[in-house]
Every structure is written in C-alpha cells, then in structure tokens.
Design a protein around this ligand. Structure first.
Ligand code: HEC
Ligand code: HEC
Ligand code: HEC
Ligand code: HEC
Ligand code: HEC
Length: 199
C-alpha cells in the first residue's frame, strides 16, 4: 500500500511510536527504584534454604563484597563444592540441581559431559543503580553495615526481592544519620558530597 498523504504518514508514525513505547516501557523503567522487583531466576535457588536453614555465610558466595564495589554472583564452581555430592532429596530439588549441572557442563550424574560446554548461569540482576551513581559495597561492609540493612531479610526469601528503594533519599538519610550518631559506637564520615556518589 502506497501512503502518499503526509497527514496519514504522520498519523501512522505516531501510532507506531505509541505502540513501541507501550511495548518498551517495562524495559526502560528507571533503574534503582524497583522495590518489590522479584524476577523468576533460571534456577530456583533459595536463600531461605542456603543462607537461612543451612546458615552458609553470605560472603561464602558474595566474597567480593568486602573487597570492592561489587558483591558479585558466585561461580558455578562454588555451588559444585557441595552439589558435586548433594544431588537433591526430592524430585523438585533434584530437577533444580540438574539445571545447575547443565550450566556446569555435567551430565545427570554430575560427571563431565563432552557434549555440554560449561557456561555461566544467566542470573537476572535485581538491584541496579542508574549509571550516574557510584556505589561501593566494601566501604559499607568494612564499617559494619550489614547486608540486611539494605537488602532486607534475604535469609528468609525463597526468591530474592528488592527490599529498599535505592532512591537518593535512602542513601542520604543513612549517611546523615551515621554522621550524627556514629555506627556501632564508632565515629564515621559518610559523605553528603554530590561528587562522592555522582560521576
Ligand atoms: C550458596 C550461595 C549463596 C549464599 C550463601 C548467599 N547468596 Fe545471595 N545470591 C546467590 C545467588 C546464586 C544469587 C543469584 C540468584 C538469586 O537472585 O537468587 C544471589 C543473589 C543475591 C542478591 C540479589 C542480587 C541482585 O541484585 O540481583 C542479594 C541482595 C543477595 N544475594 C544477598 C545475599 C545475602 C544478604 C546473603 C546472606 C544472608 C546471601 N546472599 C547468601 C548465592 C548466595
Ligand atoms: C555448603 C553447601 C552448599 C552450597 C555451597 C550450595 N548448596 Fe545448594 N543445596 C545444598 C543442600 C544441602 C541442599 C538441599 C538438598 C536436598 O536435600 O534436597 C541444596 C539445595 C539446592 C537446590 C534445591 C533447593 C532450592 O530451591 O534451593 C538448588 C536449586 C541449589 N541447592 C542450588 C545451588 C546453587 C545454584 C548454588 C551456588 C550458588 C548452591 N546451591 C550452593 C547445599 C549447598
Ligand atoms: C549500603 C547498602 C548496601 C549494603 C550494606 C549491601 N548492599 Fe548489596 N547492593 C546495594 C546496592 C545499592 C546495589 C546495586 C549496586 C549497583 O547497581 O551498582 C547492590 C547490589 C548487590 C548485588 C548484585 C550484584 C552486585 O555486585 O552489584 C548483590 C549480590 C549484593 N548487593 C549482595 C550484598 C551482600 C551479600 C551484602 C553484605 C555482605 C550487601 N550486598 C550489602 C546496596 C547494599
Ligand atoms: C545504612 C546506612 C547507609 C546506607 C543506606 C548507605 N550508606 Fe553509604 N556509607 C555508609 C557508611 C557507614 C559509610 C562509610 C563511612 C566511613 O568510611 O567513615 C558509607 C560510605 C559510602 C561511600 C564512600 C564515601 C567516601 O567518602 O568515599 C559511598 C560512595 C557511599 N557510601 C554511597 C552510598 C550510596 C550510593 C547509597 C545508596 C544506594 C548508600 N551509600 C547507602 C552508610 C550507608
Ligand atoms: C550517598 C549518595 C548520594 C549523594 C551524596 C548524592 N546523591 Fe544524588 N542520587 C543518589 C542515588 C542513589 C540516585 C538514584 C536515585 C534513583 O534511582 O531514583 C541519585 C539521583 C540523583 C539525581 C537524579 C534525580 C533523582 O532524584 O533521581 C540528581 C539530579 C541527583 N541525584 C543530584 C544530587 C546532588 C545535586 C547531590 C549533592 C547535593 C547529590 N545528588 C548527592 C545518591 C546520592
């Protein structure tokens, strides 16, 4: 169909843009303020089981949190320290652990499978600050701010949910508070300077 009316063309373009923006809105949502966000993960890994019931330390898996800006996700090898032997005591757990084997390049019995290539587990990232914000885990962890202060009771969650808003007020309110009252009885200086948090 040839469209030769400029007004009709303009109308069609607007229609297409409107449809596109409807389709894209969920993806271009401002990062950061996503409290309540809880995507389904490629493997139904439960923090309630691992960090809650089994009491595995958070930093056994997120060990870069006290060393640098990112807490990071554990490598498949960290999971295999246990799951080489722990194959699941019920059908549901076994099915989820089979997925772990698949990403690790192992067969159903946990043995290397020449047809499979090991690949990282494509975890869906939940907490994401906008690119113009600077955040550093280690600066907080080394001063004794607990993971739960910002992430909530992760050890009770079967599926992780973003607990805090991560809006600017969330950061600033605590910085102001610890500067005034100290933290665990020690003086700290958490900056309110724009340039400390913004590039
Ligand atoms: C056995 C390993 C393991 C332990 C122990 C563990 N985690 Fe995790 N954590 C993971 C994995 C794997 C993911 C990615 C899948 C998911 O979101 O559940 C994750 C995701 C997260 C996320 C979401 C990250 C994001 O934004 O996508 C947070 C927050 C988190 N963990 C905090 C904690 C805290 C706090 C503890 C201790 C109470 C803890 N974790 C203990 C393995 C672990
Ligand atoms: C310290 C040992 C240990 C480590 C490390 C560990 N697990 Fe587990 N995991 C277990 C045990 C024990 C169970 C319970 C198995 C059962 O009895 O069915 C389990 C159960 C599971 C299950 C099924 C139950 C559920 O929904 O969580 C999944 C999936 C799983 N683990 C994934 C992982 C992943 C992914 C990692 C690495 C990020 C990991 N595990 C690291 C010990 C561990
Ligand atoms: C002061 C608040 C705060 C504390 C304390 C904190 N986090 Fe985070 N966490 C965040 C923010 C903010 C992000 C998003 C960072 C970004 O987008 O750069 C995040 C992201 C994450 C992620 C996603 C991957 C990554 O590296 O960004 C994981 C996993 C995580 N945190 C785990 C932990 C664990 C485990 C602890 C405790 C050892 C912890 N966090 C303590 C605020 C915090
Ligand atoms: C629960 C309280 C708390 C929250 C919430 C918090 N912070 Fe902090 N922040 C601190 C403390 C304590 C320090 C360390 C101060 C020190 O080293 O004396 C710190 C230090 C920092 C530093 C290093 C400052 C410097 O001078 O180099 C940055 C950057 C930072 N925070 C950014 C953030 C951002 C961004 C957020 C929000 C996503 C946030 N913080 C949320 C308590 C908090
Ligand atoms: C402790 C860390 C921190 C400090 C200090 C800080 N900001 Fe922010 N700021 C943030 C975070 C986190 C966001 C992202 C909020 C979001 O995702 O909605 C943000 C967002 C913003 C935005 C985007 C609009 C908005 O509200 O989301 C502007 C503009 C801004 N900051 C300006 C400033 C200025 C100006 C200062 C100094 C007076 C400052 N910030 C100091 C953490 C900080």
């Amino acid at each position: 169909m040839a469209v030769n009316s400029p007004r009709l063309t303009a109308f069609l373009i607007i229609l297409i843009l409107a449809a596109l923006s409807l389709f894209l809105t969920p993806f271009v949502q401002t990062p950061g303020r996503n409290n309540g966000y809880s995507p389904k993960q490629p493997i139904a890994f439960s923090h309630r089981l691992h960090a809650g019931m089994l009491k595995i330390n958070c930093q056994y898996c997120h060990f870069t949190a006290e060393r640098g800006p990112h807490a990071g996700f554990p490598a498949v090898a960290t999971c295999l320290n246990c799951h080489r032997y722990v194959k699941g005591s019920n059908p549901y757990n076994r099915a989820q652990i089979q997925k772990l084997y698949y990403y690790a390049g192992l067969d159903a019995n946990g043995q290397p499978d020449p047809h499979l290539k090991p690949q990282p587990i494509p975890w869906i990232r939940i907490h994401i600050l906008p690119a113009f914000v600077r955040f550093d885990h280690s600066r907080h962890i080394t001063k004794g701010v607990t993971c739960q202060t910002c992430h909530g009771p992760i050890q009770t969650m079967d599926q992780v949910t973003q607990y805090s808003s991560l809006a600017m007020g969330f950061c600033i309110n605590c910085h102001r508070d610890v500067d005034a009252h100290g933290l665990h009885g020690r003086k700290v200086h958490a900056s309110l300077d724009c340039a400390v948090c913004h590039y």
